[in-house]
Design a binder for this molecule. Structure first.
Ligand SMILES: [Zn+2]
Length: 496
């Protein structure tokens, strides 16, 4: 068989290529036709659907109708039949929408009124709480304090006994803040608390005499004359008292400085204002009180110390002579002016020497971590020597002191009781207190009167503040989403 010529081959190949191109064109055209067919079918379906859904069709009828907008305003429109139906549905929906909006607004208004009322009542409650915590609470707490009972002499009637009992209120370490260390808010609050406590106690308990056992001021040891004058003015205002009550103020290390910073100027400044001298005797209803400047009991022979000790020695002589039974008076007591024959009560700022507060018991003693700390002589407590001297000189029946800010009862030499009076200021304690003493020449009875716990007052404020915060959030609808969230959770739970 003869092979086709090369020319014939090329001709066939060209024809083949032409045929492939024609085939491709036909395929594209086929695709387009298929798509057109799909569209036509879709339109046919839609027309069928409209015929099924719309029961009457009157293409040529034109109707006048109104369009409601969301504000409830209407607008006249001219529309065809299907559109009229749709428009009617739309208007129905708009009416329902407007109704819902109105209902919602009414609900919001009533919610807002209720929320404003609850906010107002909460603010009023907060004001009442402030009034209670800053004023009434002192009455509530101090009303629970009673003067302790004390026995009179066997030959005395009940009336005579009550007339012969001296009602003494003893407090310590008020530490009125000064201009250097005291923050104005701290100062304002502490002084308000002490003033209210003191004035309420005066009004309710009506003591005959009040003793303040030193550290009246916090910065008396370094205050300028102006600052000192301001401190004194505030003290007089806070501790103002009727003439029927006597106020006796003793000196403490914060008033004139520790021994190394004590000067005659500072001692005189204090003594002039408070009419205090070391070795001063105050005799009321037959009871002798000896006031001691314990900062001057250093025993180093300094000028202030020598003068103080000399006065104490002279006073002890007078007191000891007065206690001698009639007819047994020694020659040395011949020219001594007699005092009531009652063993004195010693009042001072520093406590007599004790090792530590380890043996103290009661709810207002030093914190456990401080109880075993050994006391430093002449700093935390008087030196052993000075303590011994005071006990020898006076043989007191009771010693009352401050300085430690915590309570303690100590028995010295097995017979001389000493009471450490805690601080009267909330700056030093959560539960300040004062001591109430019913004192006769032969007996005494002491009772502590606690003031409000500051932690409890703060707890009340925190609780009230939190409640008011929640109400404020609710009032400004900042709590709405969590409420809805909770509501949804509840409804989901119920549905489940
Ligand atoms: Zn002190």
């Amino acid at each position: 068989m003869a092979l086709p010529s090369l020319h014939r081959c090329l001709q066939l190949s060209d024809e083949n290529e032409q045929l492939v191109k024609k085939l491709k064109k036909l395929q594209i055209r086929n695709k387009e036709l298929e798509e057109n067919l799909g569209q036509v079918q879709g339109e046919a379906h839609l027309q069928q659907f409209l015929r099924d859904c719309v029961t009457s069709r009157d293409v040529q009828v034109q109707t006048e109708t109104r369009l409601l907008d969301r504000g409830g305003h209407s607008q006249d429109l001219t529309l065809e039949g299907d559109s009229v139906r749709l428009l009617q549905m739309y208007n129905e929906l708009q009416k329902r929408y407007i109704k819902e909006i109105k209902a919602n607004q009414e609900q919001r208004l009533s919610f807002s009124t209720a929320s404003t009322l609850s906010l107002l009542s909460s603010s009023l409650s907060l004001l009442l709480l402030c009034f209670f915590c800053e004023f009434l609470i002192y009455y509530v707490v101090i009303f629970q304090c009673q003067w302790p009972e004390v026995k009179g002499r066997a030959d005395m009637g009940e009336k005579e006994t009550s007339a012969s009992v001296l009602k003494a209120m003893i407090l310590a370490d008020t530490h009125l803040l000064g201009e250097i260390k005291g923050h104005w808010l701290d100062k304002l609050r502490r002084e308000w608390q002490m003033e209210r406590s003191f004035q309420t106690a005066l009004w309710f308990l009506q003591p005959d005499i009040v003793f303040v056992l030193g550290d009246v001021f916090d910065e008396g040891k370094w205050s300028s004359p102006q600052a000192w004058a301001d401190d004194v003015r505030r003290f007089r205002k806070m501790f103002s008292h009727p003439v029927s009550t006597e106020l006796v103020v003793l000196v403490g290390n914060h008033d004139i400085g520790f021994h190394y910073e004590m000067t005659t100027y500072k001692v005189n400044r204090f003594e002039k204002i408070f009419n205090f001298t070391s070795g001063k005797l105050i005799t009321r209803k037959g009871t002798n009180f000896v006031l001691v400047n314990s900062v001057a009991m250093e025993g180093d022979g300094c000028a202030v110390c020598r003068a103080a000790e000399a006065k104490l020695v002279a006073l002890s002589h007078r007191l000891n002579c007065s206690q001698q039974p009639p007819g047994h008076s020694s020659k040395r007591c011949g020219d001594v002016e007699k005092l009531p024959a009652s063993a004195p009560i010693l009042l001072q700022h520093y406590p007599l020497y004790r090792k530590s507060d380890a043996k103290c018991s009661g709810e207002d003693t030093a914190p456990p971590e401080e109880k075993n700390t050994l006391f430093k002589e002449k700093y935390d407590v008087l030196s052993r020597e000075a303590s011994q001297k005071l006990m020898w000189w006076f043989r007191p029946r009771l010693v009352l002191s401050g300085h430690t800010h915590s309570a303690c009862e100590v028995l010295h030499a097995g017979k001389i009781p000493e009471i450490s009076v805690p601080s009267f200021s909330w700056r030093n304690r959560n539960n300040p207190s004062f001591v109430m003493g019913s004192i006769t020449p032969t007996d005494f009875s002491l009772q502590k009167c606690f003031l409000p716990y500051e932690s409890r007052v703060f707890a009340l404020y925190w609780a009230a503040g939190a409640l008011l915060g929640i109400l404020l959030l609710a009032h400004f609808q900042l709590l709405t989403p969590p409420f809805y969230f909770a509501q949804r959770l509840i409804s989901k739970h119920k549905a489940a």
